[in-house]
Write a protein that binds this ligand. Structure first.
Ligand code: SF4
Length: 705
């Protein structure tokens, strides 16, 4: 454990993908205090409101699950049981289903908040021993469009930049993101950079006026879903004004001619009309990008969570490729990771279509390599069920058992009432959780109490590929166990070999060996080495004993031709469009002080002060027409369900568009604040990421029946 003379322990904030370093002090038995780590390269001592209040989520143990619970049939109440009985029953049920219906009758649904070691053992258990690829995580709801687009363009799911590029950039295109609220510490670095370098340009693209706009030189308040049209129009202007890097395009990319044809299909004027912005603003954005030495494009859910999420990503990454602004200081396409360890999960192949170390499930050689290393069963080449597909499969009876850990699908999945019905229909549900408030618990047949942040050891990787080591500082309460230990105990009871690790360090070592000779190698790295370097960015250069700050500096991409692919998909939106019955576009998102479904931030009274309740943001003109006043309760209805919340009447959102925060779920038995009652089941066809940012709704003042 890394600690100084004052008994300060180092760790990493468990909220967002920024990955800020923290120092933790044990004040009393089981009580800690947290402060920013001054020496950490990410945050240099700073923490946002969520990070500053981390200790309260740990110190308050009043909602913790303390012992395993189980019931023998759905009509019985859950009762306290032992770990052995809970796991024995789960083993018996899994074996029965696997024997009767095959390995694809069971599934694991995990989380981007799991540690890398936890992801590793779940993935190994499911793909390497049970023999199914039905292991997916809530990262599917968050990053999968960016992952697909990186692979298609750069040949690898690799964020090429480092955070220090912020201080080296002179143009930022922040699109589909509100980092001032959702990635606050990165935003503070941008603020400081802009303050010291006022000539640096910040372009924000968002249908709403957000806090991030306050720093912007240019805000393109586009119509939702028009990102591809906008990015193509910017690309067209860059070509027309000769602000592209022709040598880079010729030497290091493929597909430019098709791209040129595509972007010239619409005039900038036509694009401006579709996007709902001024033509001059598009030209100004191109001028800022073309004139920059360092150009960072930054995006997150506004691009990813879409029925055309991959196309949105591709059209943005193209702007870095045609200007040659990649693999150089201050340059690159930078997807802002939502969750703290979504990146680490992908390193170990923790999605239904991946294998460890970015190997491909569809590649025979890759499957054989992993199978030989693990020494288990034949790895199937069939892509497993992705997040929303799992719940459809529960609905139609194809999937019999689901093991849900560290995530709350009842609030976070789109079309949440459908997901809830699916869990009711499931034959067997295991919930591995820390809190007794989890909305999945009423549907569980087995409940397994898990250790929380600071109660277990492992690693996480942040948005800039930076691996950090999280120390165990406290014992978990009651009989709660670390997630990796629970999975390994289960695997051993299933009779599988290769799960008798003595500690998380053993799991990490095994993972590092499996990455050897790959583009994301961490071979040679261990906890001691990470601690001695504080953090390490992959790939780890074993011979030099250092990480890699920036990728593709040689401009050799990880495609077969070593050239980056410029893709030119059509710019057509395939979302559920508004009509006369449901005339408004609903977009959803996060607020400053809450995290996901509030299972942690909802415990902290300070974090509830900023915004106390769910709300609907609606434009002044729309509210006026519908006779809706500020603070009045409104009924929001889609084809799938309804929500009742107070209206926030504002001119910061476009007419015809409304916004709901995604955090609130079922409270006191009512789901009328649950935004995902409304969202659609539309998915991006390639990434399978849901369309959280666009569906059609009807708005009316609430009237008592
Ligand atoms: Fe934690 Fe993210 Fe805030 Fe940093 S920016 S303190 S990682 S929530």
């Amino acid at each position: 454990m890394s600690k100084d003379k004052q008994e300060m322990f180092t760790s990493t904030c468990c909220y967002c993908g920024v990955g800020c370093g923290v120092q933790i002090k044990i004040e009393n038995k089981g009580v800690i205090s947290v402060r920013g780590d001054q020496d950490h390269p990410v945050n240099r001592g700073m923490l946002c409101s969520k990070g500053l209040n981390l200790q309260y989520t740990v110190n308050d143990k009043s909602d913790r699950l303390l012992y395993p619970q189980m019931r023998y049939n759905k009509n019985m109440p859950l009762q306290r049981t032992s770990w052995d009985l809970a796991l024995d029953r789960t083993v018996a049920v899994f074996k029965t289903f696997i024997e009767k219906y095959g390995p694809d009758s069971v599934a694991f649904y995990a989380s981007g908040q799991c540690l890398t070691e936890e992801y590793y053992v779940i993935n190994k258990l499911m793909k390497g021993f049970i023999g199914s690829n039905n292991i997916d995580t809530n990262s599917r709801l968050c990053m999968s469009s960016a992952v697909t687009a990186y692979k298609m363009t750069l040949g690898e799911d690799s964020v090429p930049i480092c955070y220090d590029d912020i201080e080296l950039a002179d143009c930022f295109l922040v699109t589909g993101a509100n980092p001032a609220w959702c990635h606050p510490i990165l935003w503070r670095r941008i603020e400081a950079h802009k303050s010291a370098n006022p000539q640096a340009k910040i372009i924000v693209v968002d249908p709403r006026v957000t806090d991030s706009c306050s720093l912007a030189d240019l805000h393109l308040q586009i119509n939702p879903g028009t990102d591809v049209v906008l990015n193509y129009a910017i690309g067209r202007v860059l070509i027309e004004t000769n602000q592209i890097d022709r040598d880079f395009i010729h030497d290091h990319t493929e597909g430019f001619e098709a791209y040129k044809q595509r972007v010239f299909e619409k005039s900038v004027y036509e694009a401006a009309i579709i996007c709902g912005v001024e033509e001059d603003s598009i030209r100004l954005a191109a001028e800022y990008i073309g004139g920059a030495k360092g150009f960072l494009s930054m995006w997150t859910m506004g691009l990813n969570q879409s029925a055309i999420g991959v196309n949105k990503n591709l059209s943005l990454i193209n702007l870095n490729l045609i200007t040659g602004k990649i693999g150089k200081p201050g340059c690159g396409p930078f997807s802002l990771t939502g969750q703290p360890n979504a990146m680490g999960g992908r390193e170990v192949g923790g999605l239904a279509n991946l294998l460890p170390a970015h190997r491909d499930l569809s590649n025979d050689t890759h499957r054989k390599e992993v199978q030989k290393f693990w020494g288990g069963t034949t790895i199937s080449g069939k892509t497993g069920l992705t997040a929303t597909e799992m719940f459809e499969a529960l609905h139609n009876g194809q999937l019999k058992a689901i093991w849900i850990l560290c995530t709350n699908p009842m609030t976070s999945l789109p079309n949440a009432r459908f997901a809830e019905e699916a869990l009711k229909k499931a034959k067997f549900v295991i919930v591995q959780e820390i809190t007794n408030k989890a909305q999945t618990l009423p549907y569980a047949d087995v409940i397994l109490p898990a250790a929380a942040w600071a109660e277990k050891e492992g690693t996480m990787t942040n948005s800039e590929r930076r691996v950090s080591h999280l120390h165990k500082i406290l014992d978990p309460p009651g009989e709660a166990l670390p997630d990796a230990e629970i999975i390994c105990r289960f695997a051993k009871k299933m009779g599988y070999k290769g799960f008798d690790y003595t500690n998380p360090a053993d799991i990490y070592k095994e993972h590092t060996k499996l990455t050897a000779k790959t583009n994301i190698s961490v071979d040679g790295l261990d906890y001691e080495l990470i601690d001695s370097c504080k953090t390490v960015q992959w790939p780890f250069q074993k011979r030099k004993g250092i990480g890699t700050v920036r990728l593709f500096t040689d401009h050799l991409f990880h495609t077969k031709s070593q050239k980056a692919n410029i893709h030119s998909p059509v710019d057509v939106l395939t979302s559920e469009l508004p009509d006369s019955q449901f005339p408004f576009i609903l977009t959803t998102g996060r607020i400053r002080d809450h995290w996901h479904t509030m299972s942690k931030t909802g415990k902290v009274s300070k974090l509830k002060q900023h915004i106390k309740e769910a709300f609907l943001e609606i434009n002044l003109a729309d509210a006026d027409r519908l006779h809706i006043k500020d603070d009045q309760i409104v009924c929001v209805q889609s084809r799938r369900g309804k929500v009742q919340v107070k209206a926030r009447v504002t001119d910061s959102i476009k007419p015809g568009v409304v916004f709901l925060p995604m955090h609130w779920g079922k409270e006191l038995g009512s789901d009328l604040h649950r935004t995902n009652n409304l969202t659609s089941s539309f998915l991006d066809p390639l990434s399978k990421e849901p369309d959280f940012k666009y569906c059609a709704v009807h708005i009316a003042p609430f009237s008592k029946p």
